[in-house]
Design a protein around this ligand. Structure first.
Ligand code: CA
Length: 233
């Protein structure tokens, strides 16, 4: 899942980025309204975290642009307590939730997961298929109840595949959703990531395989179905 974070306060900007990356999101972080509008024009984000007090424009302008996107993109607004009264009307018109500064990062993360669940029909925080399970909040993957040691991006890949199962995860979309825009990534890097995760699942004794769908992407299949249908993995 990819987020656009718009916050001009230097420390908060860095803190948001670090915390949300650690929480398993790909994060593009910008510090002005102009940069946010540019990012929204080209990027595909699952949600926005938006500070309303931006140096170059009112954050409400960014919120308005967000609402015009073809795909519903939920937005959590960050605002100062003393500015809240004048904001309420506007917020009711567009934001999915708001946080009063100063706020607790864990609470922001929880609210973010809640709006993502509402908007994208994201299932519970625990995703499961066969004997493989993944906890979105703790980032813990298990096979038959035993923890599997996954690197950050391997965990993001597993989460995305479990989330869309039984549909296919499109290779190009994977790139958008597990890498921040500043990170350049080749399709080879994605293939390498997929094979690492595939190996870890296999070594852990998973009864779920990563099936390669030529020219499209990847999907998870239960080993029993893969054998029956002769899938490539
Ligand atoms: Ca600000």
């Amino acid at each position: 899942m990819k987020l656009l974070v718009v916050e001009d306060h230097r420390e908060l900007h860095a803190l948001l980025r670090t915390h949300l990356e650690r929480a398993g999101f790909a994060v593009d972080a910008v510090a002005s309204g102009k940069a946010a509008l540019d990012a929204l024009a080209v990027g595909d984000f699952d949600a926005l975290v938006l500070d309303l007090g931006l140096p170059d424009m009112d954050g409400m302008a960014v919120l308005a642009a967000c609402q015009k996107l073809p795909r519903k993109t939920p937005c959590i607004v960050l605002t100062a307590r003393d500015a809240l009264d004048s904001r309420i009307a506007g917020l009711n018109g567009g934001a999915d939730d708001y946080m009063l500064k100063p706020f607790d990062m864990a609470e922001l993360e929880a609210r973010l997961r809640a709006v993502l669940r509402r908007t994208h029909g994201m299932p519970q925080n625990r995703l499961e298929l066969g004997n493989v399970a993944f906890e979105s909040v703790s980032r813990l993957a298990t096979v038959q109840g035993c923890p599997v040691d996954l690197l950050r991006r391997e965990a993001m890949l597993l989460e995305e595949m479990l989330r869309v199962w039984p549909r296919i995860v499109i290779k190009e979309r994977l790139e958008e959703h597990i890498y921040a825009t500043r990170e350049s990534v080749t399709l080879n890097a994605i293939e390498a990531l997929v094979s690492r995760l595939r190996r870890k699942l296999r070594d852990g004794g998973a009864d779920v395989l990563i099936d390669t769908v030529r020219g499209l992407g990847y999907r998870l299949v239960l080993a029993q179905d893969a054998r029956r249908d002769g899938h490539q993995s």
